[in-house]
Ligand binder design. Structure first.
Ligand SMILES: [Mg+2]
Ligand SMILES: [Zn+2]
Length: 172
């Protein structure tokens, strides 16, 4: 199975910091058409997201689940199937195995699905997204400028692009 892994905040939706309310969730332009194209090319789509706002007490798992179910349904309305969503609820101090830049969420996904890492992709808006993917054997990485401010000079990403909309052209 070839997968396009997506970070959530800054890749799918505008980065607003500790987002948990549906009314604050704004999809980034072109995300649906890009994901439709990934599907046409034979990729599954999995979301991998750090959600330390849970450990920090800004919102709880139920808040996350509600927003997540809404987001997945919005994708569905736009003819995009999200295969799965993995999230890390911990804070940096928890020293869990899953918080990016650690690869735990990717390796969990690799245990659950027969993923062809070499032919899969990761799209993120932070270097931590790129690092985690590389540790898990995913070399096709894209850093996008649609979220956090990025350090383009020191990035290990294979590509740096404006947003998810442009990723189709490099995958082709
Ligand atoms: Mg992000
Ligand atoms: Zn974690």
């Amino acid at each position: 199975m070839r997968v396009v892994f997506l970070d959530r905040d800054g890749v799918i939706n505008q980065e607003v910091g500790y987002l948990y309310k549906i009314e604050d969730f704004v999809f980034i332009d072109g995300v649906f058409s890009a994901c439709q194209m990934f599907q046409k090319l034979g990729f599954k789509i999995i979301v991998i997201t750090n959600q330390s706002g849970i450990a920090r007490g800004y919102y709880n798992r139920s808040d996350f689940d509600k927003l997540n179910a809404w987001m997945v349904n919005e994708f569905k309305q736009n003819k995009v199937d999200i295969l799965d969503v993995f999230y890390c609820p911990h804070s940096p101090e928890d020293e869990c195995h899953c918080r990016k830049p650690k690869a735990g969420m990717f390796t969990d996904a690799q245990k659950k699905y027969p993923i062809d890492a070499l032919n899969s992709w990761m799209i993120g808006d932070k270097e931590n997204d790129i690092t985690a993917a590389k540790v898990a054997g995913i070399k096709n990485t894209v850093l996008v400028r649609s979220g956090h401010k990025i350090d383009e000079k020191d990035s290990n990403a294979r590509f740096i692009l404006d947003s998810i909309e442009q990723v189709v052209s490099v995958i082709l």
